[in-house]
Design a protein around this ligand. Structure first.
Ligand SMILES: [Ca+2]
Ligand SMILES: [Ca+2]
Length: 505
């Protein structure tokens, strides 16, 4: 048996009978995935205005990974990699339109919850964990990967007289004549208070469902995967959360209007422009502030939901024997690099909040090593003493939980075939398939204002060469888009029977 990392479990191993040892040797797991949460969480320091008391309380007894990265800077690839254990450049799942089940590797190998199910855990989930897709037979929410799964229920109505929507050209409930910057797709760039109480909202109901689940008895250790969908757009949360952030004192992130001028392709052409979201919000200081207020409000709402689950855990018999892992699935821009949203290789989008609390941890610890969500699969295997698994792309970060100062490798994020970010605590290198490179000195320029890629300084050239040495030797082509029958809303029940845990590797 491996040496366990935490005191409580060690006691169980020495004091109990064999049967008790078997029962207690494996901790429970609560995985909390928060959609589009960036580092605007008190403990991560990304925005000192953020009000996140519940996550901060959890942080008091966790290892806080200040430089955690996503496998891909958007929901589908990031989550598919975390859950399959394979990087986007291994599977070809680079975009939200790719379903991981189209990957031959994923067809052959167990996903993280399936592997725990196969090895004696009871897996329980509600809310967004997998990215959802339509299939020929309905909707694939990733329901097939869990023993117990329940569909989340909707949010209810919004106060449309207070709606702001870039796409629809609506300000404070009023359609603006000839509104500019309404083009551009993606989820609606919109915010508005909801009607009714927080208890009626989707994530809150999901959190309460888990609070009830934590009152139940289980014969096996459990693996609970809690999916919260705010602060993902649209920012529809109860008014009380907007009211917590006064517009008068609200500060918006710093941005430089010439920031994109030094990111040029091989022909000397500027590669990026400000987005419609940014141009729309930046027409008016109050409008920009309202966008920032809405993201903060949605973050505090998500934090409240985390509190519901954590309070229930702390009042349950599982409080002392449960690993808690809380993370955002990628970062989020709010003005930096002249845009909102994600899907970039800059640090604002590639880095995310990640904290891990093991049983017995009583102090906050910081770790600035560059880890990746891809590392969670092998980490959880090691922490729970499951059989080792070959072929996983990640590397267990359990050594960092014991000693956050250990030497560690840079982390990789990919945005498409041949487009990569390689980041260490001090340097960030970006290369694009279509040409163009960036290098940032994070110690002296944490906001990545100055692209140093053309510098002839020896230190800078060495840093770049070092990071380049971590680029993968080869990368998979994009899988074909997978959405099949968009008219179907019912859950696809045909997938689970096809995934036999006995044969999945
Ligand atoms: Ca997301
Ligand atoms: Ca710049």
């Amino acid at each position: 048996m491996k040496i366990q990392l935490f005191g409580g479990i060690m006691l169980a191993l020495t004091a109990g009978s064999c049967a008790q040892v078997k029962e207690q040797a494996q901790p429970n797991i609560i995985l909390i995935a928060i959609d589009d949460l960036n580092d605007w969480v008190g403990a991560f320091g990304g925005n000192p205005q953020a009000i996140t008391p519940n996550m901060d309380k959890l942080a008091e007894q966790s290892v806080i990974f200040q430089n955690a990265n996503c496998p891909g800077p958007v929901c589908g690839p990031s989550r598919s990699a975390l859950l399959s254990g394979f990087m986007p450049y291994t599977t070809g799942i680079y975009g939200n339109a790719n379903n991981m089940l189209d990957s031959k590797l994923v067809q052959e190998y167990a996903t993280l919850p399936e592997y725990f199910s196969k090895n004696g855990y009871l897996t329980i989930s509600k809310g967004k964990i997998f990215h959802k897709h339509t299939t020929e037979n309905g909707m694939d929410h990733g329901q097939w990967a869990f023993d117990i799964w329940e569909q989340e229920t909707g949010d209810g109505k919004i106060q449309t007289d207070k709606l702001y929507s870039r796409n629809k050209g609506i300000i404070n409930g009023e359609k603006v004549a000839d509104s500019k910057f309404t083009e551009g797709g993606g989820t609606e760039f919109a915010w508005c208070p909801t009607e009714g109480d927080k208890e009626d909202t989707k994530d809150y109901k999901t959190a309460q469902w888990f609070a009830e689940k934590l009152q139940e008895d289980y014969e096996k250790p459990f693996f609970m995967a809690v999916g919260l969908s705010k602060p993902h757009l649209p920012w529809y949360v109860p008014q009380e959360y907007f009211d917590m952030y006064g517009l008068d004192t609200l500060k918006i992130p710093e941005f430089h209007l010439d920031d994109l001028d030094d990111i040029i392709d091989d022909n000397g052409k500027r590669m990026f422009s400000p987005t419609e979201d940014f141009l729309w919000a930046n027409q008016d200081e109050e409008l920009f502030k309202r966008a920032v207020q809405a993201y903060l409000a949605s973050t505090t709402y998500a934090d409240d939901c985390v509190g519901v689950v954590m309070d229930a855990l702390n009042n349950s018999k599982y409080a002392e024997n449960t690993i808690i892992i809380l993370f955002g699935d990628h970062g989020w821009h709010l003005g930096e690099k002249l845009r909102f949203r994600k899907v970039t290789l800059w640090k604002e989008a590639t880095q995310l909040p990640l904290m891990i609390k093991l049983p017995g941890m009583t102090e906050k610890q910081y770790c600035n090593k560059t880890v990746n969500l891809i590392d969670l699969y092998p980490t959880l295997i090691e922490l729970c003493n499951l059989p080792e698994k070959a072929l996983l792309d990640g590397k267990s970060i359990t050594p960092l939980l014991k000693n956050p100062e250990l030497e560690w490798s840079p982390a990789i994020t990919t945005q498409g075939p041949g487009s990569f970010s390689v980041i260490s605590p001090d340097w960030h290198y970006i290369t694009y398939e279509k040409g163009g490179e960036e290098l940032y000195d994070l110690k002296n320029d944490p906001m990545e204002w100055e692209n140093l890629t053309r510098s002839e300084s020896r230190t800078i050239i060495e840093a770049k060469t070092y990071l380049q040495s971590f680029l993968p030797d080869s990368y998979a082509d994009k899988l074909p888009q997978s959405d099949k029958d968009k008219s179907r809303n019912d859950v696809d029940l045909t997938i689970k029977p096809g995934r036999d845990l006995n044969t999945l590797k």
